[in-house]
Design a protein around this ligand. Structure first.
Ligand SMILES: *[C@@H]1O[C@H](CO)[C@@H](O)[C@H](O)[C@H]1NC(C)=O
Ligand SMILES: *[C@@H]1O[C@H](CO)[C@@H](O)[C@H](O)[C@H]1NC(C)=O
Length: 588
């Protein structure tokens, strides 16, 4: 029961509403329009209905005038006494109508006796009470530095709750040398900003830009809102790698080991990322250069690949290229000076040698030799010497040539052989030295006569010797050598012409042995002397002499013989002795 009554009640209301509408449509004349500016204080005056509707002063209250509107909320109130239509409360156009324009609120004025309905609408007009706002505090934008001037970049629009004139009118951008902003209109009438590039960007100069974008509405005075536009300039490979120096200088000691770090070159590329990645390589390297040097593609370290030789190549020019990932490249040159290291010992080349050298000659050439050193500078300067204590000296003879000479006549008998050590050293540090020893023989000249071991010899021989008996020997020496020292002995003719020496003595010419040719008789020849000679085989031959004395020794080869009294006498004793002979008297 309850529910059905409610339902009926609601149906009645609906019916009444339609009735009202239908009636009003019939009775309504023109649509009255009033306007009020939003945000006015409550109880602000809108219009005077008495004047508007052409009614008497008391008619409104008498006919129970009412203001009604669709929907629940009535924004107006009617002063029955004065007929003034007043605002009920402050009105916010944006709240009431949002973006709908014009913002119209329909209402009716209802009069009884007779029933009369006036249709009216209240236009709430906009005031500029909202500033444009951007949804984002910051707008991120990535723009390649390769973008051409004239390129446009549409940006998000700002919003303004106000409409019409008070809506967004234009956009501005803070002053900068790259962009200006255009205010564009979308098909729905909304205005949005568009950045226009005026001048090409250069990431290497400015990698990012911060601009302030301002949206301005058309109100009076205008309101504005800002946002920050953060532009990141994207790299484009537009820079070639650049070396820190166009010319590097390096010094390489020629004895540097393989792998020796000569220099590290370095290039930079203003581009970033892949565009700035540099790889190093040798540029237009000859076979010789690429055999000798290597470069690390990433670090730029230039190292030695092969041993150097200052004497062959004194400097190198190595061209290096730095390439980025694209097609750009930079170049530099390394001027590498090879510095000499004392790595070559001096050399001696003998070009003439006199050996043996005859003795007794004045200043004689022994040898001619040349010296050389493959190093240069001090490392190649040579000094030459021989031992101090030898009778030889060096005489410089032309460039790098020396003659080795004797200082004085040599005497083979004193020194028959010399070991001459030629020492050559360079002036490098450390000094390198080479020695060469020449063994020089002194050849003999027959300048020494044979010399007897004694100036005279005394030989003894017992008489009655057997014939051809060795009675002794004589000896001479000769300090010369070879045939100059080969001695032949001989007997010299005796001074006493009576002495038949040849029958008495013979000599071995080779060894000086003396022989008695026949048996000697002391009783006949007690001694004799003669001279011997020793002669060498030199040319001319030299000889010397010695005296030999031969003593014949007595042998008991004769019985004693009494001369008085004769043994064969018949009378055994002839001596007479006086009686008075005293002791000590001579008998016979
Ligand atoms: C010279 O050198 C040789 C070989 O070393 C040696 O046999 C000889 O005794 C040396 N002679 C002299 C005079 O030093
Ligand atoms: C005795 O000997 C001596 C000397 O030999 C001699 O002269 C003399 O005739 C001898 N007399 C006799 C008798 O043989």
């Amino acid at each position: 029961m309850e529910a059905s009554r409610k339902l009926i009640c609601r149906q009645r209301q609906v019916l009444f509403f339609f009735f009202l509408l239908g009636f009003s449509q019939v009775s309504a004349g023109e649509l009255r329009r009033y306007a009020v500016v939003e945000e006015k204080e409550g109880r602000s005056f809108v219009t005077n209905l008495v004047n508007d509707l052409g009614l008497g002063q008391l008619e409104l209250s008498r006919r129970g005038a009412k203001v009604i509107s669709k929907g629940n909320k009535l924004h107006l109130q009617l002063d029955q006494e004065t007929g003034d239509l007043l605002l009920n409360e402050r009105m916010d156009r944006e709240e009431l109508c949002g973006l709908t324009e014009p913002c119209l609120l329909r209402f009716q004025v209802l009069l009884d006796n007779p029933l009369e309905i006036f249709q009216a609408e209240l236009e709430v007009t906009d005031i500029n009470d909202h500033s444009p706002t951007f949804l984002d505090k910051e707008i991120m934008l990535k723009i390649s530095e390769s973008s051409l001037p004239g390129t446009t970049f549409p940006l998000k629009n700002a919003q303004d709750m106000d409409i019409g004139q008070n809506g967004i009118d234009n956009y501005l951008v803070s002053s900068n040398s790259y962009f200006h902003v255009l205010t564009r209109k979308r098909s729905d009438g909304k205005k949005y900003p568009e950045l226009v590039l005026d001048r090409a960007l250069d990431r290497e100069e400015e990698a990012e830009l911060r601009l302030t974008l301002t949206a301005q509405d058309g109100g009076s005075p205008p309101r504005s809102g800002t946002t920050e536009v953060h532009i990141e300039v994207l790299d484009f490979n537009d820079n070639a790698p650049q070396f820190e120096q166009l010319l590097y200088r390096a010094q390489i000691p020629e004895d540097s080991p393989i792998g020796f770090l000569i220099i590290t070159v370095s290039a930079t590329d203003k581009d970033i990322g892949v565009n700035g990645e540099i790889s190093y390589s040798l540029f237009q390297a000859s076979d010789d250069i690429s055999k000798t040097f290597s470069i690390h593609p990433l670090t730029g370290e230039v190292r030695l690949k092969e041993h150097l030789d200052f004497e062959k190549t004194r400097s190198y020019e190595v061209n290096v290229e730095a390439k980025d990932a694209g097609t750009f490249s930079g170049k530099c040159a390394i001027l590498a000076q090879v510095t000499d290291v004392n790595d070559h010992a001096p050399e001696i080349i003998l070009s003439a040698l006199t050996n043996p050298i005859p003795e007794n000659l004045p200043e004689t050439m022994v040898a001619v030799f040349s010296v050389s050193d493959l190093d240069s500078g001090e490392n190649g300067k040579i000094s030459c010497s021989i031992q101090n204590d030898l009778p030889f000296f060096l005489k410089p003879s032309g460039e790098n040539f020396y003659t080795l000479l004797t200082q004085k006549p040599l005497d083979r008998e004193t020194t028959a052989e010399y070991n001459i050590t030629i020492t050559v050293s360079d002036m490098g540090s450390p000094r390198l030295t080479t020695q060469h020893t020449i063994a020089v023989q002194v050849s003999d000249i027959n300048d020494n006569a044979p010399a007897f071991t004694q100036s005279s010899y005394t030989l003894s021989v017992r008489e009655n010797n057997s014939p051809a008996l060795l009675i002794g020997s004589i000896r001479a020496t000769d300090s010369d050598s070879g045939s100059n020292a080969h001695i032949t002995y001989s007997l010299l003719p005796p001074q006493d012409p009576q002495l038949a020496l040849a029958t008495l003595i013979s000599i071995n010419t080779n060894n000086g042995q003396l022989f008695a040719l026949r048996s000697l008789d002391y009783e006949a020849l007690k001694s004799f002397e003669f001279r011997v000679a020793a002669t060498d085989h030199g040319s001319p031959a030299l000889s010397s002499q010695a005296l030999v004395q031969v003593l014949v020794l007595d042998d008991n080869d004769n019985a004693p013989f009494v001369l008085y009294p004769l043994q064969n006498a018949s009378a055994p004793c002839n001596e007479l002795l006086p009686r008075a002979a005293e002791p000590g008297y001579l008998v016979t």
